[in-house]
Design a protein around this ligand. Structure first.
Ligand code: IMP
Length: 181
């Protein structure tokens, strides 16, 4: 069965293709010839995931899903949350986001955080939502080179190293995205 994954994020595609069941063949936007940047205008992960999936469903009329992920840090009242991609400003890079988190966490004792992924699937004209949560701690400096986004500053509960110090297989044993998939 063919499903389109409505994202342009190559890291997410790689992680999800690694996980997806053999019954499903996942196609990226690039693979189906769609070259658009889908906006994430809402203040809820669910609404952004729906917006992305619905945009692609309307264009293709094919089964598709999208996901939106946020890093929710307790000591920052849940920030950066739904704004994780542009925490340091529109079109900012991952390093700027990490730098901002680390500076806001200076002197903050509670470093508990979670990644939360919401997947929205449109399948035979029905809409389904799936959630995956990975709890952990925010480090005080960056560790590791693998992965993407906030991976260098996040250690999942039960692990002794950051996501960025893990192989993809290791990350997938803990990850929010894996649980949602
Ligand atoms: P979005 O879901 O593409 O909006 O991503 C939100 C932000 O969280 C972006 O800055 C991503 O780089 C980051 N992000 C999403 N998933 C992960 C992850 O698995 N690890 C680290 N950062 C992530």
């Amino acid at each position: 069965m063919k499903i389109i994954f409505a994202t342009n994020n190559k890291n997410k595609v790689e992680e999800i293709k690694h996980l997806s069941h053999q019954k499903f063949q996942i196609f990226t936007l690039q693979e189906v010839g769609i070259d658009i940047d889908i906006p994430e205008p809402h203040d809820q992960l669910e609404a952004n995931a729906l917006e992305k999936a619905m945009t692609i469903f309307k264009m293709t009329n094919q089964a598709c899903f999208s996901e939106d992920t946020g890093l929710e840090i307790e000591g920052l009242d849940g920030a950066p949350g739904v704004k994780s991609a542009r925490y340091a400003g529109e079109n900012c890079n991952p390093q700027a986001n990490i730098d901002l988190v680390l500076s806001k966490m200076t002197g903050v004792e509670n470093r508990t955080a979670q990644f939360r992924t919401v997947i929205c699937l449109i399948w035979e004209n029905q809409t389904y939502y799936f959630e995956g949560i990975c709890k952990g701690q925010i480090l005080s400096n960056m560790q590791g080179e693998n992965g993407f986004g906030y991976d260098p500053i996040f250690v999942p509960d039960g692990a002794s190293k950051s996501f960025a110090n893990m192989t993809m297989e290791e990350k997938n044993t803990y990850s929010h995205r894996k649980k949602a998939v």
